[in-house]
Design a protein around this ligand. Structure first.
Ligand code: ATP
Ligand code: MG
Length: 503
């Protein structure tokens, strides 16, 4: 019999109360050296809150945390780092204007670092770490020049350089390409071998069996179970998470198609897109497929007036329209749910009500509903917000809650509510289910169906091929800024899409 690995971390009976929400309720959790322990649960279940307590960002109301058997209490994240705990968040904490080497040792570069020799040492040490991760990054590169995947590697290198033994990754793969995910998993395997314990949070359940040893599931602030990953299937994980069967994950039903709502002719931007043409009909989902960087988001940004159009025409209901700003796009009934949560125009310091109604109150097509005799009609504002909070199951103690306090996935749903309220003709969903839990994903697919039934047209960008294939009526494939083909739902296969994607 082998002796079990020592417990790096053991957490018991943790409570955390925010005004109106018991975010954590008697949570137990532990982590062994050299294991990957998945922490799963619906949006708002309490995963990130637990992470923030373990990294000293929030205090706990009750319970105990032991690191290698020793009781600890963290006043701040520096105190947690000292005990070997570090976290990598989706929104990175790097100084983008500085180079990689400086970032890795930021705040720890020795005082006498003005001597050239010591600075050289910093870069040498940083480079060694980066090479160990096979990152292909030069320590002198400015962080601003790196993509998401590489920035994440810098964060990991930084964590290792601090002697981290407990590494927490909160949705690390949600913005990575499948190739970058593969590389990350390789790194995780190496870290395990060095005895580092990893807490891994993700909504992509197919990843669990690839890299995790154990799985803990949370629901409504409680832990509902911990199991060996080998002993549990994905449907069982889902049942634990959601508390019910969700059946067919992708919800797709036939909807009658109408006229062409949106037509794009020969669209080019100043730098990258060349001569893209397509149509979307009433009641139809057009999927945009392609590799990361192929030009899908750029196309959407032209339609939404974020990037100027150099050549080409956009027609809504057969009429040519000019779109020079998002305001123009909204006025013509085109809205976009962008992939980047941080830059989605959420007002994080404002309330849910403010965020849900802001666009509708400013859009000519809907503003009259919110003003009465020249004053803001607060009643209508609140009523519409409540309606959409219910309809999208946005988890918040009240519609007056400050946006910042909502969990990541619930912030995403709020943006969707905001756009639905302007009653658009065409909705562009860019990676609509990123960071969204399985149950809520299905709700979003159902909602798409309702929107189609109500006569809207949908453009959906997704890097998840199964999602694109299950939901799209037609698939437009983009490669190197050009449209390389359109596939009908009935003929689309992964191979055909990939062939067009690399053309
Ligand atoms: N600073 C805060 N103030 C008030 N409420 C908060 C705060 N942080 C989190 N909450 C609430 O605590 C609950 C748990 O949120 P948490 O961010 O931990 O969820 P999560 O499991 O990480 O969800 P997701 O998968 O969407 O990221 C939610 O109801 C959230 O609204
Ligand atoms: Mg979270």
């Amino acid at each position: 019999m082998t002796t079990p690995e020592p417990l790096l971390l053991s957490v018991s009976g943790i409570d955390k109360i925010f005004p109106g929400v018991k975010a954590l309720d008697g949570v137990d959790f532990d982590l062994r050296a050299g294991e990957v322990h998945a922490l799963l649960g619906e949006n708002g279940a309490g995963k990130s809150t637990l992470v923030k307590i373990l990294t000293g960002i929030h205090g706990k109301d009750k319970g105990s945390i032991k690191v290698l058997g020793e009781e600890v209490a963290f006043a701040n994240s520096a105190a947690a780092r000292e005990k070997g705990i570090a976290a990598i968040y989706q929104e990175f904490a790097l100084a983008t204007h500085l180079d990689v080497g400086t970032n890795i040792f930021l705040g720890r570069i020795p005082n006498h670092a003005w001597f050239i020799a010591d600075r050289r040492q910093v870069y040498q040490d940083a480079q060694k770490l980066l090479d160990r991760l096979k990152s292909g990054i030069d320590a002198h590169t400015r962080v601003a020049e790196l993509g998401v995947g590489k920035r994440q590697m810098v964060e990991i290198a930084k964590a290792i350089s601090m002697g981290t033994r407990i590494l927490i990754m909160d949705e690390p793969t949600s913005a990575l390409s499948s190739e970058e995910c593969g590389h990350l998993f390789q790194i995780i395997t190496d870290l395990k071998q060095q005895g580092i314990g990893i807490i891994f949070i993700s909504h992509k359940l197919d990843e669990i069996h690839r890299i995790c040893d154990r799985v803990s599931v949370m629901r409504d602030g409680r832990k509902v179970g911990t199991l060996d990953a080998g002993d549990i299937s994905v449907p069982e994980i889902i049942r634990l998470m959601v508390g019910r069967e969700i059946g067919d994950q992708y919800y797709k039903r036939d909807v009658e198609k109408g006229e062409v709502t949106l037509e794009v002719r020969g669209l080019s931007d100043a730098t990258f897109l060349r001569d893209i043409s397509f149509t979307v009909r009433k009641g139809e989902i057009l999927g945009l497929a392609g590799l990361v960087g192929a030009g899908r988001t750029e196309t959407a940004q032209c339609l939404f007036g974020v990037t100027p159009i150099q050549r080409g025409e956009i027609l809504v209901d057969g009429k040519a329209v000019r779109i020079n700003s998002p305001g123009d796009a909204v006025a013509n009934g085109i809205v976009m749910l962008s992939e980047d949560r941080k830059n989605t125009g959420l007002f994080l310091q404002q309330s849910v009500t403010f965020n849900v109604t802001i666009a509708a109150m400013n859009a000519a097509r809907s503003r009259q509903e919110y003003y009465h005799l020249g004053c803001v009609d607060v009643g209508n504002q609140r009523q519409h917000t409540s309606e959409y909070v219910n309809r999208l199951s946005i988890k918040t103690p009240s519609i007056d809650q400050i946006m910042r306090n909502l969990s990541g996935g619930n912030q995403q749903k709020t943006i969707l509510a905001k756009w639905l309220l302007v009653n658009p003709r065409v909705i562009i969903f860019d990676e609509p289910t990123r960071g969204i839990d399985v149950g809520a994903k299905q709700e979003i697919y159902r909602l798409m169906h309702e929107l189609l039934q109500a006569g809207m047209a949908i453009i959906m960008i997704s890097s998840e091929l199964p999602e694109i294939m299950a939901l799209s009526d037609r698939i437009l494939v983009i490669s190197h800024g050009r449209a390389t083909g359109v596939l009908d739902r009935s003929e689309a296969t992964q191979e055909k899409i990939m062939t067009l994607a690399v053309k």
